[in-house]
Design a protein around this ligand. Structure first.
Ligand SMILES: [Zn+2]
Ligand SMILES: [Zn+2]
Length: 252
């Protein structure tokens, strides 16, 4: 026992110094470092957020901080689920399990409208407050969500084949537990913020939004007004026919 303790100590010191070195290199880029504006600190699930003054780099494991039937039964966040899920559908579990990811979002610090409004890709299109990625309104190329929405768990998310958990619709853990239905819920890859389904005490409908599923108005976080997306209860839910602005990148 004593021998074990003696031998593990230098290893621990080595690991700590290595970890410190690594984070120091991560935050020092060729363009230098810049302050991360307060609003992005609302992404409490991120493992790190840094800025080079042009782009924000947000890292996340993408695993939800709420319970899910898709966690391994040995995980403390595992919770069984049955019955009714999103839109009154009868829940049917998909065969996948939640696995930690290595996601790096690089999004513009000063989002700007684009002229071509590029289509959103399959896979992550943005990041929510708890670090879970947002996905678009498709289950696959030109495949509507209709047939997979019954696999959304108790908090309306589910994992895909490689275990990457995601939300295609309102993340109800965020809108009912961590924040509210009118709160900032995250950002899409183009840097524009995403809000919940309520605004000024009223439910936001698709008819109130443009083709990209947003509009320009003042919000609590942006009192001078900003273009923002709203998550609504009807398809296409988060984004419409493409990004309003020029999208950054996500690597995984
Ligand atoms: Zn999905
Ligand atoms: Zn709004």
């Amino acid at each position: 026992m004593k021998l074990f303790k003696l031998s593990i100590l230098p290893l621990a010191i080595l690991l700590i110094s290595f970890a410190c070195k690594k984070s120091a290199t991560d935050t020092t880029t060729s363009t230098g470092t810049a302050t991360v504006p307060e609003v992005y600190k609302k992404i409490y699930g991120a493992s790190s957020i840094s800025s080079d003054g042009t782009y924000l780099t947000i890292k996340t494991t993408g695993t939800p901080d709420h319970k899910s039937i898709y966690y391994a039964t040995s995980n403390s966040l595992y919770e069984n689920f049955s019955g009714t899920t999103f839109g009154g559908r009868t829940f049917a579990k998909n065969p996948n399990s939640i696995a930690a990811q290595t996601l790096t979002f690089k999004i513009p610090l000063n989002p700007a409208v684009s002229s071509n409004h590029a289509s959103t890709p399959l896979g992550p299109i943005g990041i929510s407050l708890n670090g879970v990625p947002f996905y678009n309104q498709y289950a696959g190329p030109n495949l509507p969500l209709t047939n997979e929405a019954n696999s959304f768990d108790q908090y309306y998310g589910h994992p895909q084949q490689s275990g990457q958990y995601h939300y295609h619709v309102e993340p109800i853990y965020l809108t009912t537990v961590k924040a509210t239905k009118s709160s900032l819920l995250g950002f899409l890859l183009d840097g524009f913020p995403v809000y919940g389904p309520m605004e000024n005490g009223s439910l936001v409908t698709n008819a109130m939004l443009d083709a990209y599923h947003g509009h320009t108005a003042a919000t609590t976080d942006y009192p001078n007004g900003i273009y923002h997306y709203h998550i609504t209860d009807a398809d296409p839910y988060i984004n419409g026919s493409g990004f309003y602005g020029t999208a950054g990148t996500v690597t995984q």
